[in-house]
Structures are given as C-alpha cells and as structure tokens.
Write a protein that binds this ligand. Structure first.
Ligand code: ZN
Length: 110
C-alpha cells in the first residue's frame, strides 16, 4: 500500500497530525487547514456517523443546529485511511477496520 504524508485532499497543503480539541460541546481529535477545511480523526474507523456530525459541527464553529441543516451540496467531503504514528495517509479502503480514518470536510462557496 502506497502511503504518503498527511496532506489536505482539497488544497494539497501538508498538515500536522490531529490534536485533541475541546470546543464548546465538541470533543474531537482533528485540525484545520489553511483552506478552511477541517479534519477529524476516528481512531478505530468504527464511528464515522458520529465523526461526520462532529466534523460538520466543527465546520460550523460549534453550531450543531446549523450543521444539521447543511445539505450535501453545501460541502465537500473526503475520507482517508490514516496512520497516526507515522502521520501518513492512504486512499485504499482497509477492510480489516484496524486503520483509523481521517474525515475531511470543507464548505463550498465561502
Ligand atoms: Zn486544505
């Protein structure tokens, strides 16, 4: 499997590893790119529904009501396999479920 350094899927900026963030009611492990994309780490890759909502809420600056009103056409999303120890990503689906996932979202038209 080809791995590459953690990079934003939207602007190709190299990114720092996700960090623990507490923001309003959110507790996530993630970060923000200079292109305003946000990313949230799902350590076990099992919890994408919750990660999805957390990422959208983070994107909406903690406003969960606004996050719930977002339409799929309002944002772009990308999910990458992520290895936190080496800070590398790959796009291949890992069916074993042992790989963590990084979920990226970015609002369009901003
Ligand atoms: Zn970016």
């Amino acid at each position: 499997m080809r791995r590459q350094p953690l990079q934003c899927p939207f602007c190709e900026n190299l990114l720092r590893p996700p960090v623990d963030i507490r923001f309003k009611s959110l507790e996530i492990t993630g970060g923000i790119c200079t292109c305003r994309a946000v990313y949230v780490f799902d350590r076990r890759g099992h919890n994408l529904g919750e990660i999805y909502l957390n990422a959208l809420t983070f994107l909406c600056k903690g406003d969960i009501d606004r996050a719930l009103m977002l339409m799929p056409e309002d944002f772009e999303e990308e999910t990458l396999d992520y290895e936190i120890h080496s800070n590398t990503i790959s796009r291949r689906e890992d069916k074993s479920g042992r790989t963590g996932k990084l979920f990226f979202v970015r609002l369009k038209n901003l």
